[in-house]
Ligand binder design. Structure first.
Ligand SMILES: [Fe+2]
Length: 346
């Protein structure tokens, strides 16, 4: 078996390949690492056949849907998953064939209702059901400490104790563990009595994961994250460096338009000399009057350089083929000590 572990902060993804057939499966991919997974698969001579999420993640952005579109392969999750874009829904006891590899599905509700573990040869991919020295939390949507107790003590902890454990989270990095080691050393697994275990899980007071609302929105609906939306816009437009824009503003180059897409009060407080005001919110409604010549070169700018990227992408979609965005924003311009003009005139 070809095995790759890819960390995104503490989140772990796994690329497993069949060395005989070169078919592969990607477990718990994260949206920001898509190029890395594809690069690793290419380097290892693998073709990804399935994209599996072990459960609905509340703490990272799943890359399964985006990869499924790119690769034309199915998204696989437990049948309890609320995500409408899942192509293959699994039950406990199902098996996925990836070349000669056999992935055995074990439904392990508790961290979430749709959690599952996957056993492949001598390895157990535990999702957030069992972590190194911990278990998944049970206080997020569909979590249930009673169910987790059953999934652990009546489920995966009864498997061959020599199985290597591969969780969806590991904040230490480089740890190797087995069921036997977790049974012996994992503090949460020392509470073998149901009531004591459930009490312990209920009394953990953990802070909410960052981005939980966005992660659940995106992972449960298949909708884009804000970062994804911005990345797609950024991929469709060129940028102009601060110093390049400054030189062109100073040379009074009449051949391009600096377009400030912030709101009027921000513009009047201080804008790049020669910049015209056209707030992002009014862009589509006013372009025909404000920018009658679609062949002009336009550099959009905003405070941080994100909304201007969306504005430049919109302008390109509308046929302004020379629209670009300032790399950085008026904030970076200001911090560089470049001149600003206040008032309502460009
Ligand atoms: Fe999780």
């Amino acid at each position: 078996m070809i095995y790759e572990q890819i960390a995104t902060g503490g989140c772990q993804s796994y690329l497993l390949g069949c060395s005989e057939t070169c078919a592969a499966v990607l477990i718990d991919p994260e949206a920001s690492q898509i190029d890395r997974y594809l690069g690793l698969a290419a380097r290892d001579g693998l073709r990804i056949r399935y994209l599996i999420d072990t459960h609905t993640h509340a703490d990272h952005f799943s890359g399964t849907r985006q990869l499924a579109r790119q690769l034309g392969v199915p998204v696989v999750m437990h049948r309890e998953s609320p995500a409408p874009f899942v192509d293959m829904r699994l039950d406990d006891g199902d098996m996925i064939l990836v070349g000669r590899l056999r992935l055995q599905v074990i439904h392990t509700p508790g961290h979430t209702r749709d959690s599952m573990c996957l056993q492949v040869e001598d390895r157990l991919f535990t999702g957030d059901t069992l972590l190194f020295g911990a278990t998944g939390r049970t206080d997020l949507p569909t979590g249930d400490p009673e169910a987790l107790y059953d999934s652990l003590f009546g489920g995966i902890l009864r498997l061959d104790t020599a199985l290597k454990v591969h969780p969806a989270h590991d904040y230490k990095g480089g740890v190797e563990s087995t069921i036997a080691r977790e049974l012996g050393e994992n503090p949460r697994l020392q509470k073998r009595d149901r009531a004591a275990f459930v009490d312990m899980m209920r009394s953990l007071s953990l802070s909410m994961p960052t981005h939980i609302t966005e992660a659940l929105r995106s992972n449960m609906s298949g909708g884009k994250t804000v970062a994804q939306l911005l990345a797609e816009a950024a991929a469709a437009v060129p940028f102009m460096a601060l110093a390049e824009l400054k030189a062109r503003v100073e040379s009074a180059d009449e051949n391009f338009i600096v377009l400030d897409v912030r709101e009027r009060d921000a513009y009047e407080n201080g804008h790049i000399p020669r910049a015209r005001l056209l707030p992002r919110g009014q862009l589509e409604l006013r372009v025909n009057d404000d920018l009658p010549d679609p062949t002009r070169r336009i550099v959009a700018c905003c405070e941080f350089g994100r909304i201007s990227t969306l504005a430049a992408a919109t302008l390109r979609e509308l046929g302004y083929q020379r629209a670009a965005a300032l790399d950085g924003g008026v904030k970076a311009w200001r911090e560089a000590g470049y001149p600003l003009k206040s008032g309502s005139e460009p």
